[in-house]
Write a protein that binds this ligand. Structure first.
Ligand code: MSP
Length: 724
């Protein structure tokens, strides 16, 4: 079975649908922004595009979160789904449809798919006893107590009568399909991982649950609800109209299916590249043309996620720097497919360097000079000199390279190339200095030079703006108006990217008024963003009723603001004092880190031996989950010259390796530490010591004389497992 060749006339792309147990953060925004940029470019190329996003609302995880928040699953899901949709609208993401898996149209389609699979003999009844990870909604092999290999949480034992899907029948068919369609999965790491998973053997998959009810009932056997991943994956077809009797919806399904691309996070590639194609093969439905996995957005060393407590919200960045700054950063900074670190520093640096001082400054110089010297009307360009020819040639090369790089999802490369044109245009302007008339140049010659240089630079800006429009839609719209080109959205509707070529800016064009694009971010921008984030996490605690108990409840439920606010309305007045936010050191366990001044903004590090508090100070779960404790193995341990207390360690967390400096050199021989499994605080802000960066801290008991004894385990534990 092959997936048919891509049709240029229409393009269907999808984001993953987001679980409604947690409020949206930058990690979610990342996938959706990437899809938005692609959708905008496709439309501007005249391709009939359908861009789907939505929320994944069923399953045990959502049911439990709702219960903890004291809401019904339906109310809870509605509130958080609205958070996602509201954010996508505030970010002006151009989705064509937003599906909620609790909608009737979806339920109808999922039940049809299930019935089709059963009618075709691919679903049978059996019973399942085994491990289940509620957080990932995934079955896990292993004995009770097994840790989920994906998220590190301990699995639960389920023993139920279930319907099973004959996944084992698709092992060979899937491998043949991957071979016949080498472009189906990407990047290469995902492709390799999926193929080796399938080669490892496929077992039949349980596709219903009976121990809870928050899901879509199995048609004809309503005590079962359909497995949440079968339910969720089907959104890609139900949203188009699969399962509908409405001819218009059926026509949409016929037109847009199969999808050209499912964009997903790398951790859900097994579901999209193994289960989903197998379900579709079994049902006799065409397979998607491609599944492309983005890497993780990391913050403070770990995957950004609510459970790690290391999230940043897109709203924060939008409020301070604008949505385009975020879009540019994500697409320029992170090579697509790889993990990428987010930091406010890096964001502001990119913003100031590339947008404020780069593109923004270039536009402002040229537009202002056209107003100043030519009354805002584009002058006749005149005859080219070598300088104009060189710039034009660079622009032509840039146009030729940008599209293929973007379409291959090498956004970072595409932007890097485009910014070379920004820099070259800037350099051209500076070298020809149209604002400066040398004494030996006649007025007439100077006007000719000004005309040539400004018209050429403006044309270059027009090209840059057209190409960058899918990535910076808001700013490109402003520049387009300033260049007298009207509304860029209208140009996009007229497929302006199909024939973008040098020479489109006509003499006599009246420029619009100059308007600021990217005001320089001042020193306080980072602080302002951090304050908004801090304020936001406090709001959740206070809105939850102000008590540690209520905060813990809200935190455990990972509530979004509307839900938390609703909890607050219910909370009895008067309010108890807000839950303490500072994490206090436990009395029996010390964190072993080099004694150094805490990084700015980081909580003070407890030092060994720990202070025993007079009165026990309670912390909320919300506080505790902020500390990401993980199992790591020491790979390298060595002394650091001229630092008699410090050891340099390289540790393996399973999902990554890192360097930690620990103040244990007087108590441990480095050679004896290699291979040892330890516990580390994985989300501590990095600190530099003696020119080396330390990324984390070891946990140890502190003896009365201050000697540390490293924490460890008696049983076998996988690397990266979380302590909680
Ligand atoms: N509901 C499932 C997907 C079902 S698709 C049929 C799910 N939801 S999720 O909310 O947990 O994650 C959705 C997507 O959010 C991930 O696949 C990923 O694309 C994105 N991300 C969430 N956190 C992320 C980062 N820190 N970094 C990058 N993307 C991540 O899985």
């Amino acid at each position: 079975m092959t997936n048919s060749a891509a049709s240029p006339a229409r393009y269907y792309l999808t984001t993953p649908i987001y679980y409604v147990n947690a409020r949206p953060h930058l990690g979610h925004a990342y996938s959706t922004i990437v899809c938005d940029a692609i959708a905008r470019r496709k439309r501007a190329l005249g391709i009939d595009t359908w861009f789907l996003t939505g929320t994944d609302e069923h399953g045990q995880k959502i049911e439990r979160s709702a219960e903890l928040a004291g809401r019904t699953p339906a109310e809870f899901a509605t509130a958080i789904s609205a958070e996602f949709r509201g954010l996508w609208d505030r970010l002006d993401l151009s989705y064509d449809d937003f599906i909620r898996t609790t909608e009737e149209r979806h339920k109808r389609g999922v039940q049809k798919l299930f019935a089709t699979l059963r009618d075709k003999g691919f679903i049978y009844k059996g019973s399942y006893t085994g491990q289940y990870c509620v957080s990932d909604e995934a079955y896990v092999d292993g004995p009770p107590g097994t840790v989920c290999p994906d998220c590190g949480r301990v699995t639960e034992t389920v023993s139920e009568e279930n319907y099973f899907f004959k996944l084992s029948a698709f092992e060979r068919k899937l491998l043949e399909f991957y071979e016949a369609n080498p472009g189906f999965m990407g990047p290469e790491s995902t492709r390799r991982e999926v193929i080796s998973f399938v080669r490892g053997g496929l077992k039949d998959l349980s596709v219903s649950r009976t121990s809870f009810s928050w899901g879509i009932p199995v048609p004809g056997d309503e005590k079962h609800v359909i497995y949440v991943w079968l339910d969720a994956l089907a959104n890609y077809i139900t949203a188009l109209g699969y399962g509908s009797d409405d001819p218009a919806e059926q026509a949409r399904f016929a037109k847009f299916w199969p999808a050209d691309m499912h964009l997903i996070g790398k951790e859900i590639s097994r579901f999209h590249c193994v289960y989903w194609p197998a379900f579709l093969m079994a049902a006799g439905i065409a397979l998607p043309r491609s599944v492309k996995a983005n890497g993780w957005l990391l913050f403070d060393q770990g995957k950004m996620s609510k459970s790690r407590g290391n999230i940043v919200r897109a709203d924060t960045i939008q409020q301070v720097l604008g949505a385009d700054a975020l879009r540019y950063f994500l697409l320029r900074e992170i090579p697509f497919g790889q993990d990428g670190s987010f930091s406010f520093d890096a964001l502001v640096q990119r913003y100031n360097g590339d947008l404020a001082n780069g593109y923004g400054n270039l536009v402002s110089r040229v537009v202002n000079m056209v107003h100043k010297y030519f009354g805002g009307v584009v002058p006749e360009i005149g005859a080219d000199t070598a300088a104009e020819t060189a710039l034009r040639e660079t622009a032509v090369r840039t146009i030729a390279a940008f599209g293929p790089a973007f379409d291959e999802m090498n956004f970072s490369e595409a932007l890097k190339g485009l910014w070379l044109l920004v820099a070259e245009t800037d350099g051209y302007l500076t070298a020809n200095a149209p604002w400066k008339k040398p004494a030996d140049r006649s007025d007439a010659d100077h006007t000719l030079l000004q005309a040539r240089v400004l018209a050429t630079a403006a044309e270059s800006i027009r090209i840059i703006t057209a190409l960058v429009y899918p990535i910076l839609p808001e700013s490109a719209a402003k520049v387009w108006r300033q260049l007298g080109q009207g509304e860029i959205a209208d140009a996009a509707k007229k497929s302006f990217l199909t024939d973008i070529a040098w020479g489109g800016l006509k003499a006599g064009t009246q420029f619009g008024e100059p308007a600021p694009l990217f005001p320089r971010a001042e020193k306080d921008a980072i602080e302002r963003m951090q304050n908004i984030e801090d304020q936001n996490s406090k709001t959740v605690i206070e809105a939850a009723g102000g008590t540690a108990e209520a905060a813990a409840k809200a935190a455990a439920a990972q509530t979004a603001a509307p839900v938390a606010a609703a909890v607050s309305e219910k909370a009895a007045a008067p309010k108890a004092p807000a839950a303490t936010v500072a994490v206090t050191a436990p009395t029996s366990v010390a964190a072993v880190a080099p004694a150094a001044a805490p990084a700015q903004g980081a909580p003070a590090q407890p030092s060994a031996p720990p202070q025993v508090a007079e009165e026990p100070q309670h912390i909320s779960i919300d506080d505790f989950v902020k500390v990401d404790l993980r199992v790591a193995q020491i790979l390298v341990a060595e002394r650091i010259p001229k630092a008699d207390k410090l050891l340099r360690l390289e540790v393996d967390l399973g999902y990554e390796k890192r360097q930690i400096l620990a103040g244990i050199a007087q108590f441990y021989e480095p050679e004896k530490l290699v291979g040892r499994k330890i516990v580390i605080v994985a989300n501590l802000a990095p600190r530099k010591m003696r020119g080396l960066e330390s990324n984390g801290m070891l946990l140890a008991a502190s003896l009365p004389d201050g000697a540390p004894v490293l924490a460890g385990f008696l049983e076998e534990v996988p690397l990266g497992a979380r302590l909680k």
